[in-house]
Design a binder for this molecule. Structure first.
Ligand code: FAD
Length: 450
């Protein structure tokens, strides 16, 4: 007999979890399915395991910076032990999530899901019918087309390495390449970043990135922008990565490990979307209306990395799922609000942004005042011997509201949330400046940034 659900959720990551719990609480009959262990990217293969590694290398960095300033002992990464520690976070997740679904009365399926018609699906030999379907399948590494691309490992395999090899090449120059390079270099590897674009961390403010690059240099991370990888060959001693520079010079770099950090795309191909008349655009992204609903099959909604409406971040997946749940319960009245979503690259120190970049503000013809300085002499940085600390803040001339904030330095990952709060709540710079922050904290530097 065909099981029928009010909502069938494809995926078991953040978006799936938030939406399914909300809908079951509202009395709907709900099922979730995943072809991998339950938990999704963030908890198992992304944010959380990465941040455990970042936490350890942060301590290494603290010790190195403070040596000669009151600290004497040396610290080293024991990679295998660190990975074991990381597993103490990731390994319990699937069983905990599964139990949680069962406790709430959410049915669970294991296996790849595909549509068989506009409202029917198939998973693990089960034929299912759904009044509504939520596509929450996340993203996967973008396919790379050069010969030897199969030799690259993914983010997932990097976070599972039993040994950290000596020579590592990261292909790509976004936040994953930056974060992994800072982890690997501090754990003792010699790291090269090969990035096709002319700037690494292109989504972050480039003045701040240029200040942060000092730390890449101190770690001897070889950052080569304008370098497109054209081939990877397997040799007796590892791999040879061949790249072509923008001036058409060919370079060969030997490595023990080559890591894919060159972008992620919505994971949709296995769903057989044509069977359900769910259309995609020329970039192969889902065609969704403002309510996160398929334009061609209204019973289908999408959220998170699969939807690609907002930035591919965990809090966005959660936000999307709440919007979808409200639309399912109340009719299509709710659209996502991505104002003030902070982005962080967890380098050491971290770099962050929220709101508009300087270039975006100029392109929109906005009239704004801007304050930007490199301030390593400020107490927040100097007391921990951090040489990279800086900010750029954009304030609307007519409304005095924060248009964008960009930070690099100690606690840039935490402090950016306060600027996000200001942006989402239309607080003026004057109101933020008038705020009384605990002192001495990095947040207490905010008034001086305005
Ligand atoms: C290395 C790395 C680091 C990251 N760090 C951060 C960070 O610091 N902060 C942050 O906010 N974000 C970070 N992200 C992004 C974040 O992980 C994602 O934005 C978030 O997990 C998206 O959640 P989701 O629910 O949309 O999808 P996911 O959590 O990816 O869940 C999708 C699930 O769908 C399943 N699935 C796919 N296809 C099918 C199918 N056909 N049938 C059944 N199941 C299927 C998948 O197995 C997966 O479990 C990071 C990502 C990576 C890769």
């Amino acid at each position: 007999m065909t099981a029928t659900y009010d909502l069938f959720v494809i995926g078991s990551g953040t978006a799936a979890s938030v939406a399914s719990h909300r809908m079951v609480a509202a009395g709907w009959k709900v099922a979730v399915a995943d072809h991998r262990p339950f938990g999704g990217t963030c908890a198992l293969r992304g944010c959380d395991p990465k941040k455990v590694l970042v936490g350890a290398v942060q301590i290494i960095d603290d010790v190195r910076r403070m040596t000669g300033r009151g600290l004497t002992s040396e610290a080293h990464i024991g990679w295998r032990e660190l990975i074991e520690f990381k597993r103490s976070f990731t390994e319990p997740v699937p069983a905990v999530r599964e139990r949680d679904y069962a406790d709430k009365g959410i049915a669970t399926y294991h296996g790849p899901v595909r549509f068989t018609s506009r409202n029917t699906l198939e998973v693990d030999g089960n034929a299912l019918e759904a009044r509504h379907v939520l596509i929450a399948t996340g993203a996967r590494p973008a396919p790379l087309r050069f010969p030897g691309a199969e030799h690259l490992i993914t983010n997932e395999e990097f976070l599972e390495l039993e040994e950290l090899p000596n020579r590592i090449v990261l292909v790509g120059g976004g936040y994953i390449a930056a974060e992994f390079s800072h982890i690997a270099a501090r754990a003792g590897a010699q790291v090269t970043i090969l990035h096709r674009g002319d700037r690494i961390l292109p989504k972050f403010d480039q003045d701040l990135v240029s200040w942060l690059l000092e730390r890449f240099r101190q770690l001897s991370i070889d950052v080569r922008t304008g370098h497109s990888v054209t081939a990877v060959a397997n040799i007796e001693t590892g791999f040879v990565v061949t790249a072509e520079s923008s001036s058409r010079t060919k370079v060969d770099i030997e490595a023990d490990l080559v890591v894919h950090a060159a972008g992620r795309i919505p994971d949709l191909d296995a769903l057989d979307l044509d069977a359900a008349d769910v259309e995609r655009d020329h970039r192969r992204h889902l065609k969704l209306n403002d309510f996160l609903q398929s334009v061609s099959n209204p019973i289908v909604y999408a959220a998170g990395d699969a939807a690609q409406k907002g930035p591919p971040l965990t809090p966005v997946a959660s936000h999307d799922a709440k919007v979808v749940a409200r639309n399912l319960l109340e009719g299509n009245h709710h659209t996502p609000d991505y104002r003030g979503v902070p982005s962080v690259a967890f380098t050491i120190p971290p770099i962050s942004r929220v709101g508009l970049s300087e270039q975006e503000a100029r392109e929109r013809g906005l009239k704004f005042r801007m304050k930007s300085h490199s301030v390593p002499a400020w107490f927040s940085a100097r007391r921990v011997a951090e040489t990279v600390y800086g900010f750029k803040v954009l304030i609307d001339e007519s409304t005095d509201r924060i248009l964008g904030a960009h930070l690099v330095g100690p606690h840039a990952d935490e402090v950016i949330g306060l600027f996000g709060l200001a942006i989402r709540n239309d607080l003026t710079a004057a109101a933020l400046k008038d705020m009384i922050f605990a002192y001495p904290t990095s947040a207490s530097d905010i008034p001086s940034m305005l």
